[in-house]
Ligand binder design. Structure first.
Ligand code: NAD
Ligand code: ZN
Ligand code: ZN
Length: 332
């Protein structure tokens, strides 16, 4: 924890949001694992926040002071056409970022946040949705939905989810809402498999996951494999679990520079492979409607609420993947 400069309006299109809650994401762990949670990291961590709008620039039209909002984890530049339509990954100015907050911009695990292009990056949060639901809607649920949507999970499909952190558990829910008949749940941690089972998935409690999935699918493999870890071994596993003409969709953040792939197997199976970063703004309209209607509950993955001042302990707890620890909400 350290003191940083107060948040201020950067231009006429910006807003300042008083943060009431922020979230710790698996993506923060890539930084936490790599550099440690210390003042030398050099920036405020976090890219998931809900709060109250405190101040808006004169060119902001969709939110006003006092509004309860969520801050999208992907940050639109506010000037190019793709960003205007929610396709942050297609930004033409190079000033947006799917990982803008906590990287190019100051992070959300703080008391106040300066948000650029407020009309594009702030979304009013209906009263029916809790802060916990709002936090999950800033990043984890859109990411899971994006992965399942690109994998074209559909009615009657058998889907495997590899990695059952918050993103993986929300992938289970997304596949179910899209009509999957069966969702097979894979993780090294038994408690995480149990959490997926509680959501209606079939946990694969076997040493040899490939053999167990082959058996569970009558030798056919799965229609869709969703990868939500970010390791080479889990990408390989997802590629192996997919059956003929299967779809593999990867959202785990993978920084590998020399991934070795058994091309011949992928080609023989005629696999369809998707990988990418989520443009939260593109997925949110659908998810806000589903969440408000009670068709999907984003808050199910939140297991702990702690104070922002307990940040270092919260990181250690989340990174430990201890029994019963899922998404952690930090209250400002
Ligand atoms: P997390 O760290 O809580 O979850 C990862 C899970 O994978 C854990 O439950 C862990 O036990 C499991 N795991 C690790 N190695 C495994 C293995 N060999 N086999 C099976 N399971 C294994 O993280 P999270 O918050 O759920 O995020 C998941 C991933 O999604 C991260 O890589 C994160 O960076 C990424 N992410 C991507 C986007 C995007 O836009 N693409 C957005 C948000 C998060
Ligand atoms: Zn995230
Ligand atoms: Zn842009």
């Amino acid at each position: 924890m350290s003191d940083v400069a107060d948040a201020a309006l950067v231009d006429d299109e910006a807003a300042v949001v008083r943060i009431t809650a922020s979230g710790i994401c698996g993506s923060d762990l890539h930084i936490y694992d790599g550099h440690g949670f210390s003042p030398t990291t050099g920036y405020t961590l976090g890219h998931e926040a809900v709060g109250i709008v405190e101040e808006v620039g004169p060119a902001v039209h969709t939110v006003r002071p006092g509004d309860r909002v969520l801050v999208t984890a992907s940050v639109a530049c506010g000037r190019c056409s793709p960003c205007g339509h929610g396709h942050i990954t297609l930004c033409e100015t190079g000033e947006s970022g799917c990982w803008g907050l906590g990287h190019a911009l100051p992070g959300t695990q703080a008391e106040a946040l300066a948000v650029p292009a407020a009309d594009r990056n702030l979304v009013p949060l209906p009263e029916a949705l809790s802060d916990a639901a709002g936090i999950v809607l800033t990043d984890n649920l859109p990411t899971a939905w994006y992965g399942a949507r690109r994998g074209r999970c559909g009615p009657g499909d058998t889907v495997a989810v590899v990695g059952l952190g918050p993103v993986g558990l929300l992938s289970v829910l997304s596949a179910q809402v899209m009509g999957a008949a069966r969702v097979l749940a894979i993780d090294l941690v038994p408690g995480r498999r149990a959490a997926a089972a509680a959501l209606g998935a079939e946990p694969i409690d076997a040493e040899d996951v490939r053999a167990a999935v082959t058996e569970a699918t009558g030798g056919r493999g799965v229609d869709v494999a969703l990868e939500a870890v970010g390791a080479d071994a889990t990408v390989t596993l997802a590629l192996d679990l997919a059956g003929r003409e299967g779809r593999v969709s990867i959202v785990g953040v993978n920084q590998s520079m020399d991934f070795r792939m058994r091309m011949v197997l992928a080609q023989l199976k005629c696999l369809e492979i998707h990988i990418g970063l989520c443009s939260v703004q593109h997925e949110l309209p659908t998810l806000m409607r589903l969440a408000t209607a009670g068709r999907i509950d984003p808050s199910v993955v939140v297991t702990h609420t702690m104070d922002l001042a307990e940040g270092p302990d919260a990181y250690a707890l989340f990174a430990s993947r201890a029994e019963g620890v899922g998404k952690i909400l930090l209250r400002a």
